[in-house]
Design a protein around this ligand. Structure first.
Ligand SMILES: Nc1ncnc2c1ncn2[C@@H]1O[C@H](COP(=O)(O)OP(=O)(O)OP(=O)(O)O)[C@@H](O)[C@H]1O
Ligand SMILES: [Mg+2]
Length: 273
């Protein structure tokens, strides 16, 4: 960055000097210098893909799950991938989250080319940077709510008493202070998903991925769960990527990216946010 600034500073100096000799031509160069400077200073996006493609082969048959996806998600955005069943939403989310390798194209997350990482590097990158909320909650059945939520902190090497305190605090913040020692089967679906949300956010990941997070919940609980997820994302200034086919869920986002037949079919900012 320092080097870039130094180069731009000198380039602008030379351009300005030439400007006095070359009039209008020099002016256009000054503008170019300013444009380059802006580009260098622009914050890195949370997620950036170029030409992302995924082809599944089943015997002789090929399924183009994703065709050619260019997507840029700024840091701090709540972005929804909206599309009908089979449009490629989960495929896209799974590739961004490093759960599947693309057939072609690049994925950069917080400056890192995740499609080029080895399995081991990916596992570490995911632990540090990502949180996940699943439709089926994916809580470990033998662990209590506190133990489930403390798990990502254990992977990060946080000591037992510290991680339990953080797990208790975040569970209280999602309204589960009276269910701390309950196991998943001893909780309702909405309560289990709130444990899932607490687990996704407890280690303060940069990006949370949520695939149909309210798919198993009734309408009232869906609204509660979405509100919790949005407020946690905003309070921490992090990025949230939600996959859904439900327009009402999409309404919680800052932006809706429409997915159709493996491509981006529309990109809509929700200005009331
Ligand atoms: N492992 C796989 N092997 C072969 N084809 C697959 C595989 N996973 C997905 N597909 C195909 O890729 C396409 C996109 O699937 P994907 O799961 O991304 O859709 P989706 O938009 O998430 O749908 P839904 O809303 O039903 O979850 C579908 O046609 C699907 O059949
Ligand atoms: Mg899906």
């Amino acid at each position: 960055m320092h080097n870039a600034k130094f180069i731009i500073h000198n380039a602008k100096f030379i351009i300005r000097t030439r400007d006095t000799f070359f009039g209008v031509w020099g002016l256009s160069l000054v503008e170019t210098g300013v444009a380059v400077e802006r580009a260098v200073r622009a914050p890195r996006p949370a997620i950036m893909t170029k030409g992302l493609r995924k082809v599944y082969a089943i015997g002789a048959e090929r399924v183009i799950a994703l065709d050619c996806v260019d997507l840029r998600v700024p840091k701090g955005q709540i972005c929804c991938l909206l599309g009908t069943s089979g449009s490629g939403k989960s495929t896209l989310l799974n590739m961004l989250a490093g759960l599947e390798k693309p057939t072609r194209g690049s994925i950069v997350i917080h400056g890192k080319r995740v499609d080029r990482l080895s399995e081991r590097q990916l596992a570490i990158f995911r632990q540090i940077n990502f949180g996940f909320v699943f439709q089926s909650y994916n809580l470990l059945p033998t662990l209590t709510a506190v133990e489930n939520v403390a798990l990502p902190l254990a992977f990060k090497g946080v000591g037992k008493s510290k991680r339990e305190k953080q797990a208790v605090d975040i569970l209280k913040s999602v309204g589960l202070g009276d269910r701390l020692d309950h196991k998943p089967t001893q909780m309702s679906g909405g309560q289990q998903q709130r444990v899932g949300i607490a687990r996704a956010f407890v280690a303060k990941p940069n990006v949370v991925f949520a695939d149909e997070p309210t798919g198993n919940l009734d309408t009232k609980t869906t609204m509660e769960v979405m509100e919790r997820m949005v407020s946690m994302t905003k309070a921490r200034g992090k990025t949230l990527l939600i996959v859904t086919h439900d327009m009402e869920i999409a309404g919680f986002a800052d932006r809706i990216v429409h997915i159709r037949d493996g491509n981006i079919d529309g990109d809509q900012a929700l200005n009331d946010k």
